[in-house]
Every structure is written in structure tokens, then in C-alpha cells.
Write a protein of this length. Structure first.
Length: 369
């Protein structure tokens, strides 16, 4: 990691936000005056080495992190937050800071590997159903159930990372950064809901990236939900497999076809007029009573993991570079880096390999000599 004699103000701010602290809280924990910290973050003055050590210790960041080049946070105006309406701003700031650190890891990887290029269509203003069909057509999915969503996104140039455990009030978010699409997923949710979140964020990337539509607010969330529903459960496929007025047991069996939650399939069937309003309300009520509103009893067990990240770490290992070395070079602790990969590539951190899945990224990912 490149270092300079001076501390970068943006890095102090980023590390503080990552830990969800105010200036006053950091002042108390680090034993540094509030005025001094304010001056450091605005660049009016620069901390001396003993003070940097105090700040680094309080924030659990390596000291070299603070002397790296200035960092540009992920653009807040372009982030599609999927979070509870009452989520505190500091939680969103922490998640955004975590995303910025993950983007630094991506930059480090991109200098050493050839990764798939972004292959997301730039859409005008189609309705979500049409938009989902356009992406499916471009990606040659036909009407078949969507494969492993993380693999699919990665194969088409989306960089997928996990949200850290301290940001789980945020379900997921997506953002474009310098022409590269990123999706950050909550990997503590059920597999079915994780697939839906991935498709939901894909909807934001293709429908709301141009600025013609807002990427935040109830309407944008509804559009992204409808996109995800149509992308994961194509109309022709659902109409061909599910009977009108399906019983609960038929829905629970049918959801396995598309690997979605029972509630998601129920919503889609109502949207396609396979369930009347009364049948929809009645089905939702019974599913809720059985625990399907907050969980997915007897759901999928095999979490969808990254295909690219394990290959990256395996390729690095052949060169004698271990995950701890990578963390050192981007200036974070190994523990911090693991939060970017949690639930996506834990096997890579332990030396194993990720499960196979399609579409394959072989032939696209290679070490840059």
C-alpha cells in the first residue's frame, strides 16, 4: 500500500463512519480532543504519529491505512438503499463506508486479474416486467428458472460483496462506481430471500442508473420488487407450471422450481391473475401463520456463494499471497476484509474451493502477468 508522510483526512472520516461513531464518540474513545479531530477530518491540521496510533486503536484500523491516498466514498446520491425506513443514518453511513472499502479491494484485485466486464443493458423507461424480460433476453436465459444469482451477476460484470454483520439493518444496496456495478448483500437471510434481494438490486442497476428515475423511495422499491419477481419467475414459466387457485401445498412445492420464497411466489401468482384477491389474502394469512412471513421453513440450505472471489484467492495463493497479505496491502485488518466476503467465499479464506455453478466464469478470470 502506498504511504505518504501526511495523514489523509478522508480516511479518518471513512474509518470513523465505518465504526458508526460521531466525532464526539471518537474523541472520548481515542482520548483526542473534539476540536483536534474536527481539524484532522477537514485537513486543517494533521495528527502526529502518537495521535494517529490512538485513532487507529480506537477505530480498529491499521495505522498505515490513514496515510494512504485520499478515498472517494461511494456516491451517496446513487445508492439504492434497501433498508428499514427508521434505520439510523449512522448505520447507512457505516454500510456505505464498508462498501467503499470493498471497492478498494476490487481495485486491488482488478489490477491483478482480468474480470468479466459489465454487461448490463442501459434501459430507457420500460415497465419492470419488460425490463426483466429484456435483461433475460440479453443474458440468454429464456424462460428457465434463474441459476445461482451471485454467479449470474458476477458473470455479467457485477461485483458482489457481503454486508458486514454490523450493517444487517440494511437488507442490500446497489451502486454504480466509475462504470462498474456493485451489489452488497445481507448474507444472513434465507437463501430464497437472498436470491430475491440480488434480483431486486439488479433491477435498480438497470432501471435507475441513468438518473431518469429516482433510485430511492417507495415507487423505486416497488419497481425493483416487480423487476425481481418477473426476473426470477418469468410469466410464461409460472403460467405453465402453476394452476389457478393453487392450494398451499402446491405453492410450497412450486416455489422449489424457481428457488423463491413462498410469499414471493404467492405475490407473483396474484400479479398474474392465478390467485384472486381473496385467495391471495387467504394464502398470505395461512403462510404467515406457518412462519413463512419471516422465515422459510424447510427452505433451501445451500447458500449461493461467489464463483470469482474463491478463484481470485486461489490464484493468489499459487503466487504465495495469502488473504492476510491482501488485507495488509489495502490497509485493513483481516477481520475487516472477511466481513466483505462473509457468506460468499468463506471457503476461499480457509483454502477450499467454492461450489460449482453456472454460468461459468472460466476463461474470463485470469491473472494479469
Amino acid at each position: 500500500m502506498r504511504q505518504s508522510a501526511m495523514v489523509s483526512p478522508s480516511r479518518i472520516t471513512l474509518a470513523r463512519k465505518r465504526r458508526g461513531l460521531t466525532l464526539a464518540e471518537l474523541s472520548e474513545q481515542a482520548g483526542v480532543s473534539l476540536q483536534s479531530l474536527s481539524n484532522y477530518e477537514t485537513g486543517r491540521t494533521s495528527p502526529r504519529p502518537p495521535t494517529v496510533r490512538k485513532i487507529a486503536t480506537a477505530l480498529d484500523f491499521p495505522e498505515p491505512f490513514f496515510s494512504g491516498p485520499e478515498l472517494n466514498e461511494l456516491p451517496s446520491e446513487g445508492i439504492s438503499w434497501r433498508a428499514r425506513t427508521k434505520t439510523p443514518p449512522r448505520v447507512l453511513d457505516s454500510a456505505r463506508a464498508a462498501g467503499t472499502l470493498a471497492a478498494q479491494l476490487y481495485d486491488w484485485i482488478a489490477e491483478r486479474f482480468r474480470l468479466p466486464e459489465a454487461d448490463l443493458p442501459s434501459l430507457g423507461k420500460p415497465d419492470p416486467e419488460t425490463a426483466a424480460d429484456m435483461v433475460r433476453t440479453r443474458w440468454n436465459l429464456g424462460q428457465a428458472p434463474a441459476p445461482n444469482m451471485v454467479h449470474l451477476l458476477e458473470a455479467h460484470g457485477v461485483r458482489v460483496f457481503s454486508l458486514p454483520p454490523d450493517s444487517l439493518e440494511v437488507d442490500a444496496f446497489a451502486v454504480w462506481r466509475s462504470g462498474v456495478p456493485f451489489i452488497f448483500l445481507n448474507t444472513m437471510k434465507t437463501v430464497e430471500r437472498g436470491r430475491f434481494d440480488a434480483a431486486h438490486e439488479l433491477g435498480h442497476l438497470v432501471m435507475h442508473a441513468s438518473g431518469e428515475r429516482s433510485c430511492t423511495g417507495p415507487e423505486a422499491e416497488r419497481q425493483a420488487n416487480d423487476f425481481a419477481s418477473a426476473f426470477l419467475m418469468p410469466a410464461a414459466s409460472v403460467l405453465g407450471h402453476m394452476p389457478a387457485g393453487a392450494r398451499i401445498d402446491q405453492i410450497l412445492e412450486g416455489k422449489r422450481i424457481w428457488r423463491v420464497s413462498a410469499m414471493a411466489l404467492t405475490y407473483r401468482m396474484h400479479d398474474l391473475n392465478l390467485l384472486t384477491d381473496w385467495q391471495y389474502r387467504s394464502t398470505c394469512s395461512e403462510l404467515s401463520a406457518r412462519g413463512y412471513r419471516t422465515d422459510e421453513p424447510q427452505g433451501l440450505q445451500k447458500r449461493e456463494t461467489s464463483q470469482i472471489l474463491p478463484k481470485v484467492f486461489q490464484g493468489l495463493r499459487t503466487k504465495g499471497i495469502r488473504p492476510t497479505n491482501v488485507a495488509d496491502q489495502i490497509g485493513v485488518t483481516p477481520r475487516e476484509m472477511k466481513t466483505m466476503l462473509f457468506g460468499l467465499t468463506m471457503t476461499a479464506m480457509e483454502g477450499g474451493s467454492a461450489p460449482d455453478g453456472s454460468p461459468k466464469a472460466d476463461g474470463v478470470l485470469s491473472l494479469v502477468r
